[in-house]
Design a protein around this ligand. Structure first.
Ligand code: ATP
Ligand code: PRP
Ligand code: MG
Length: 286
């Protein structure tokens, strides 16, 4: 089928909710009831495959799926030849080495000759090789944090986000070896027709992403402080200034990044801005 693309997304887990929300925010409608493993959109030429995340890089490399959403950790571990089209900004985590809290850590040499349990033998193996450390890697598929307490290994290498799983299992993080977030991947040999559908999807994803990282700001200010205020808030082009019913006052509207807002709020108030409103932007096309 050339006039429809297939995207592989995680069936259920740490990637699935944000993957499906992003697609919905792109205005793409589909049904994903419990247990449904395949679904076709009713308003965009796209079909969904709901899979285990481990299988997504391989399906995309083989062309079973044209696109996939997967964590960079899983993509690098599976070592498949695909194009990374976009970082998606969610499911951010890191792969780290951890050891029992009671141990004193002496640096990466600590792991020389030790046993390390992990679900990421390739990433860990490459890292240890780059540090010239020789250790025995024990591959296990889940609940890695339990390994030291049951005598399977002296250390582990696993996903860390808040660090609470490590803490609950009496472990401490000693080396961060890989940073990860969700990415959109594509098969390397897509037909021209499929590329043009993928481009439409990317256009929508970019609009959603740009919208999320910016805010629409509205404020009131006396006319004699407008120059100062305008110099503080650089808008997409330049801010819109509208007269208020109250003489000598104006309303200033602009688009700014979230970071800029927090950096400049004090300056805006000091310059005389009042009634400052910050409104989320759903989509933004530059
Ligand atoms: N605690 C976390 N915080 C943020 N992102 C995470 C976290 N844990 C995992 N991830 C990211 O989400 C991806 C999927 O994690 P999840 O735990 O759902 O995987 P899984 O159990 O292997 O799922 P599956 O059943 O699909 O194989 C990971 O590969 C990683 O990129
Ligand atoms: O640093 P933290 O915030 O505690 O997150 C890290 C944990 O999150 C993931 O597991 P998840 O909770 O998804 O469970 P699962 O791997 O058993 O599905 C990962 O495998 C870690 O165990
Ligand atoms: Mg998995």
């Amino acid at each position: 089928m050339e006039n429809i693309i297939r995207i592989a997304v995680q069936k259920s887990g740490r990637l699935s909710d944000d993957s499906l929300s992003l697609i919905k925010e792109c205005g793409i409608k589909f049904y994903n009831g419990t247990g449904k493993l395949k679904s076709t959109s009713t308003n965009f030429p796209i079909e969904f495959l709901f899979l285990r995340d481990d299988d997504i890089p391989g399906y995309v490399a083989d062309g079973v799926a044209d696109l996939g959403i997967v964590g960079e950790n899983e993509l690098v571990e599976k070592d498949k030849d695909v194009n990374v089209l976009k970082k998606l900004g969610f499911s951010k985590c890191r792969l780290s080495l951890a050891i029992p809290k009671s141990e004193s850590y002496t640096g990466i040499d600590y792991f020389e000759g030790k046993n390390i349990a992990t679900s990421y033998p390739k990433i860990l193996g490459d890292y240890l090789q780059s540090k010239k450390i020789s250790a025995a890697i024990h591959e296990i598929s889940g609940s890695v944090e339990i390994a030291p307490s049951i005598g399977l290994a002296e250390g582990i290498c696993d996903i860390v986000s808040s660090g609470s799983t490590l803490m609950m299992n009496g472990l401490k993080e000693v080396e961060e070896i890989f940073k990860s977030e969700a990415v959109l991947i594509a098969n390397k040999d897509l037909s021209e027709e499929k590329v043009s559908i993928v481009d439409k999807l990317l256009f929508r994803m970019n609009a959603v992403q740009t919208g999320k990282s910016n805010k629409y700001i509205l404020l009131n200010a006396p006319n004699d402080s407008l120059d100062k205020i305008v110099s503080i808030i650089p808008g997409m082009r330049s801010p819109t200034i509208l007269p208020l019913a109250q003489k000598g006052w104006s309303s200033v509207h602009a688009v700014i990044s979230e970071d800029q807002f927090w950096e400049n709020i004090e300056g805006l108030r000091a310059a005389g801005a009042e009634g400052i409103l910050v409104v989320p932007i759903e989509k933004m096309v530059l």
